[in-house]
Structures are given as C-alpha cells and as structure tokens.
Design a protein around this ligand. Sequence first.
Ligand SMILES: O=C(O)[C@@H](CO)OP(=O)(O)O
Length: 250
Amino acid sequence: MYKLVLLRHGESEWNRENRFTGWKDVDLSEKGLKEAKAAGEMLASEGYTFDAAYTSVLKRAIRTLWITLDEMDLMWIPVTRSWRLNERHYGALQGLNKAETAEKYGDEQVFIWRRSYTTPPPALAEDDERSPAFDRRYKDLKPEEIPLTECLKDTVARFLPIWDDEIAPAIKSGKRILIAAHGNSIRALVKNLDNISDDEISQVNIPTGVPLVYELDENLRPIRHYYLGNQEEIQKAMSAVANQGKSKTN
Ligand SMILES: O=C(O)[C@@H](CO)OP(=O)(O)O
C-alpha cells in the first residue's frame, strides 16, 4: 500500500478577498501562513515523512510547501516545481470578486464558470498583459500549451503528463510523495484517481491547508482517502469554498 499526501496551499491574499485567482501569483495571507505551519505540525505529529515533493510555479503553493517541510525538518528533500500543477487558469475572471461577479451574472453562471468540467470562463485576449505568454517562467512552454483560460478538463489534460511520467512512477518506486498545489489542480488529480464523473466533480471542493491522504494499491487505485484534522471544521471549510461564488443578496 502506498500513501500520497495532497495539500492545497494555505489561504492566499486573494482567497481572503474572495477574488478569482488562477495563474495570478499572489502570496499567502497571515491565516494562510498559519495554516501551512499547522499542516506541517500535524503531518509530523501523525508520523508522516516524505522522500520528494511536487508543487506548482506559484508562490502560494511553493511557500506552503516550504513552511510544511520546514515544520517537518524536511527542507532537504528534492522538490519539483512545474506549471502543470498550477491552479486552473481563470481567464478574464482573474482579479474579479466572486460574490460581485455572481451578483452581476447570476449564481448559476458563476457556478458554471467555477465548477463546470467542460465550459471555460471567458478567455484573456492574446495581447492582454496578464497572458502567461509574457511571463518569463513560462518561456519553455509550447505556444499551444499557454492557456488564456481553462476548464477543469483542460487542467486535467495538462496535469496528467507529469502524473504519468514522473509522480506515479516515483510512488511506485516506493517514494513517499507530498504534492502542494491548488484547489482545482488537486480536483483534477482527485477526479482522475477516484474516477469521478464530469458531473459529480462539480460538487468536490478542497479546503485550504488541510492534508488529504490517499492510500493507493499497487496499481495506484485508491483504497481510501481522508483529511487530517478536525472533521467538522473541514466540512465547514469545504462548504465555505462552495459558497464563495454565491451572491450575497440571495
Ligand atoms: O480563484 C481560484 O483560482 C480558485 C481557487 O482559489 O477558486 P475556485 O474555488 O473559485 O475555483
């Protein structure tokens, strides 16, 4: 049996302000820093350790990983950063307040933009200065790999190559892996691992800063999964994520 731990970054400044974030490189809030520390403490106290870690090229996930590994005295383990673990690109919604967007376009439309598997949010214009094409960290991507928006299906498609080529073989070789990533890149992985339908994945919400443990069989099929921590608080945190895209007037 293998154990894989997934960790969504701690609360970011834009999570705190309830803004669509996507590939915008915002940092952790004070609360997010504390969540990352608590995640590391919990993993250490529950006896977890890791041989390697994977994260995105966005500082909220990288810093969460640093803090978690620091708490576990594991800052020395190899870390792979890849754009393939980035948050789902939120297109032209990036920067907008989620509740205000729901007031303007309706809760249903915002739910589709946030949680539909195949409908992407409105795209950034190609010449928009926020396009990843103008960001040096993405200079090695092929033009067709650079997103101007993404639905979850797109995120699954760009995440799977690093899973199949690097992470899955590492787990099978016996390495204990920690993945510090984002709400929607973790949803992409969870959909794939648990074989969740396109419809049902719309109801899955990942809380910030809570370790999610997957026990996997020799073929990396999940045996069970569970969050570490206070289960009641975790349920509340998941509902809070679901409600972020609802207008306040409803
Ligand atoms: O804004 C985002 O990038 C993500 C994660 O914070 O939000 P959502 O849960 O709305 O998909």
